[in-house]
Design a protein around this ligand. Structure first.
Ligand code: FES
Ligand SMILES: [Fe+2]
Length: 384
């Protein structure tokens, strides 16, 4: 189903949101996935998922079998989790690779850097080589990946411009935070499964308009008027607050700050979406990353990870902070699921934006629409 996207990229005063098909129609979502999730740098996981050398974790991204691994020299890589012999899945459970990645079918072995190293009996019993099997050309298929703020981004199509180039402005905006940050560990991550298209989670994250009604707790100290919109058309969007209240443990104890931050961050914090599917928070004393895993057109898993400026922050405070964020993110579930259900109403035309309040959402929609339009154009040219 081809959808008309010209109204989506119009100026916000006249624009409509993305048509319903982008939230409920499999074929439209399939096209959109290729244009948006495959062709850009999408968030897949975090590097902290594979903390030690040799750690390997199988993942699926839109049905694609992938393997996240930390190689023997500490580099994080993403491979297709598929043996080059007969296509067997190589790793089925998260585990540590001791030595080589051994295919469970006929025991071809790959190094943690993807090189095919042994092919037992490939030339007949007792013959471990064959002239037709050129190991140098049969390594694992590597997916281009890039790590920023611990998030592992992948470019499935393999032809996107470098991550640092595409996101140069955002990287510069948060350059002060370009310093070590430490995952809080098992108690500092959680998942939320939501019955919604991943874009609705992005849209809701980008805006502060809903604060008074959906987050009355947050709104009690960081009010609507304390927030500002962040709109960088074609690049990124989100929101900031001028009244960031630090988490306090017993006796008013606080988490240590990141080092050398400017005054802006004393009371300020920013929450930005790295298009298309990564939600980041930057604050003086801790950070978070939410990787949205789009499982289908109407199902998303949110993977939430919290980070600190130093390793091993106070256990009780860390636990409580995780619980506090979980409560906030859970408050958003009924709206992202409710908007998904609303999208089945055929009379809805994508909706009208508040020019004052919905800039970041419109910015995201226009970005998605432009990616799809570019994709359609390049494919219709290719088809001619
Ligand atoms: S399929 Fe992997 S070794 Fe045969
Ligand atoms: Fe929210």
């Amino acid at each position: 189903m081809s959808t008309d996207l010209t109204a989506v990229i119009a100026p916000i005063e006249q624009a409509r949101g993305l048509p319903n098909a982008h939230y409920i129609d499999e074929a439209t979502f399939d096209e959109e996935s290729k244009a948006v999730l495959h062709a850009s740098w999408a968030g897949l996981a975090v590097a902290a998922d594979v903390p030690e050398n040799g750690d390997a974790k199988p993942l699926e991204f839109l049905g694609l079998p992938l393997l996240l691994i930390r190689d023997k020299d500490g580099g994080v890589r993403v491979f297709q989790n598929t043996c080059r012999h007969r296509g067997m899945i190589l790793v089925s459970e998260p585990r540590k690779i001791e030595g080589a990645i051994r295919c469970p079918y006929h025991s071809w072995c790959y190094s943690t850097k993807g090189k095919l190293v042994t092919t037992p009996h490939v030339g007949g019993p007792g013959m471990n080589t064959h002239e037709a099997i050129d190991k140098d050309t049969l390594g694992l298929i590597e997916i281009p990946s890039h790590i920023w703020r611990d998030v592992v981004f992948v470019n499935i199509s393999g032809d996107a411009a470098p991550f640092e180039e595409i996101h140069a402005d955002l990287i510069a905006r948060w350059a002060e935070f370009d310093q070590p940050m430490y995952h809080g560990g098992d108690d500092s991550k959680f998942e939320l499964g939501v019955n919604t298209n991943y874009k609705l989670a992005v849209e809701n994250y980008c805006e502060s308009y809903h604060l008074p009604w959906v987050h009355p707790g947050l709104n009690s100290y960081s009010r609507l008027e304390d927030h500002y919109n962040i709109n960088e058309p074609g690049k990124y969007s989100g929101q900031g607050t001028l009244v960031y209240r630090q988490f306090e443990g017993a006796g008013g104890k606080r988490f240590p700050d990141f080092t050398g931050l400017s005054d802006k961050w004393d009371d300020g914090a920013e929450y930005i979406t790295v298009y298309p599917n990564v939600l980041l928070g930057a604050q003086r004393d801790h950070a978070f990353a939410i990787v949205l895993e789009p499982q289908s057109v109407d199902r998303t898993v949110e993977h939430i990870h919290l980070y600190y400026a130093v390793p091993n922050v106070d256990d009780a405070m860390r636990l409580k902070n995780t619980a506090q964020w979980k409560e906030v993110f859970e408050e958003d579930i009924f709206v992202v699921e409710g908007m998904q259900r609303g999208r089945y109403g055929p009379g809805f035309d994508g909706g009208r934006f508040s020019p004052a309040m919905d800039g970041p959402t419109h910015c995201f929609h226009a970005w998605v629409a432009q990616r799809i339009l570019d994709y359609r154009q390049s494919h219709s040219v290719a088809a001619q």
